[in-house]
Design a protein. Sequence first.
Length: 135
Amino acid sequence: MILYEKVLNVSTRNGDTICQSKTEIAEIIRQGAALPQGDEIWVSSHEKPYPCLSILVKGKYACVHYFKNDEGDAWQSCGDINKEVTFLAGEGDGEWTAPEYVIVPLEKAISCMEEFCNSLERPNCIEWEELWEEE
């Protein structure tokens, strides 16, 4: 098991968990994906909320968002799965139907998490599109 120099905070619908290994975080992601409704998982440094990674999971599908800061510097995964997926997202029982071009396989989302945990930078293992904050 790989230990980090710093601990990471992982938030799910069931609350927050402090994690010290990628294996531990990957298991939380897989457990969330196995839930009938899926899950919304946030990974950040325990010390500060940004940068962070948001991973929407359901079954074998995921959509990943990277937030560098709280000023609108945000990115969304680009995938090639030919299927729209409805994820739990936002407050309460909120849902979001993700278009097919943002869906990545669950294992790619886990690879993103692993890369993010190494550097806290936007992972390079998938393609991204920049999201623009509306003014």
